[in-house]
Ligand binder design. Sequence first.
Ligand code: PHE
Length: 492
Amino acid sequence: MAEEAILGYLAKNEEIGDSGEFAAKHGLNHDEVVNVIKSLHGFRYVEAQDIKRESWVLTDEGKLYADTGSPEAQLFLAIPPEGGIPREELQIKLGPLLFKIGCAQAAKNRWVDMGGQQVTRKVQHVDDRVKDLLLKIKEGQVVDQDNIKALKARKLIVPQTWNGYSLKKGPDYAPQRKKFAADLTREMLQSGDWKNVEFKEYNFNAKGQTIEAGHLHPLNKVRHQLRMIFLQMGFEEMPTDRYVESSFWNFDALFQPQQHPARDSHDTFYLKVPSTTKELPEDYVERVKRVHESGGYGSRGYEYDWSREEANKNLLRTHTTAVSARMLYNLAQDTLKKPFTPKRYFSIDRVFRNEAVDRTHLAEFHQIEGLICDRGLTLGDLIGVLHDFFSRLGMSKLRFKPAYNPYTEPSMEIFSYHEGFGKWVEVGNSGMFRPEMLLPMGLPEDVRVIAWGLSLERPTMILYGYNNIRDLFGHKVDLGLIKTNPICRLGL
Ligand code: PHE
């Protein structure tokens, strides 16, 4: 529509002096006309020159007075023609703001007498010039400079820049836009038309369409980076595909007594079907039972009757340390056939706890776990490895606090100084596995295991700025966010 009108007009006329007037005359929307001009100018059909004009528009207050009359006129009309009205009464009638402005302006115009007890009219009739001027401006009519100044000073109007164009024919002017072929078709080749057709030029600057592809969840991104760190440090990944575990491997093998509160069904999900494990390594089970009941290897044990039924119960693993226990047991079995070889193991996978869900807790989360198994390791080695590991995550200020785990002694909570929060935050748990855990497995006596664990969610929430874990994981996650979140860069 607009394009036809412009090109058609220029076929018969030298120029279009003002796109605004042109749009008004042809009943076109000016914004649309401007868009068409920009495109025609780009393809050199027309030459366009900017026109800028200052125009005036009404403020909200100006619009109000254009509708209801100026305050001074309203004030004048509120005064009875005969006699007068007490100030207070007039103020109540008009409201404090209108009264104040009305008084000032009406007194300046010498419309009213405010000297006595009563406010009285000084003239019989007034013209509401302010209202008339505002209506003129609203309709786009010209108003003289003095009046503009006065209305502007009263903040009833503000300037607005209007942008338009003047137009002439361009070097490639044609009364109609040429249609270019966008594709070379089979028909063109067959008919020979391709020789005559004008093809559209390639626009190498155009942005391509965004590709709808899969997107990695922030947890996956952070997990990938952590896996890279472990691999760079020479760790092997443990197989963590066993969400369902027996109580034996999750707790008993880790010297966690059967009365321990973590083993309560309030803290652990037990399976109804299948409710028990099929098989356990019997001779090892026997040694674990003995160390719980009466100790050995320099320990007194827990001195209670260990129940096989309790150990058989299936559960959703509460920590990946269950996997570590299996791996260390396998390693000990290997030493029956060949000499002991030191190992560095890691895993990053899901664990389950029967917890009340809140901002920072879910019933399932991911654990990052690392362990080193070698002869003669000390607590100093653990502290050194933790410094190495965490500094690769960008946490180089660490502190340790003595802690308790049934399967480690000594145990340490790990704290890192968070520059952003300006305080020490707990980032993990660690320790040296107890002899009561390692020796029944059959590992050589001088073999020590240093280990640590942390959650994947915590650093991910800090890195990606999540306050609520439910925005990160579970059915409330916003898929849009998954598409747009940035790559993960640790250690910066
Ligand atoms: N399993 C511990 C937890 O659930 C973490 C840990 C791993 C602690 C290894 C010490 C050694 O928090």
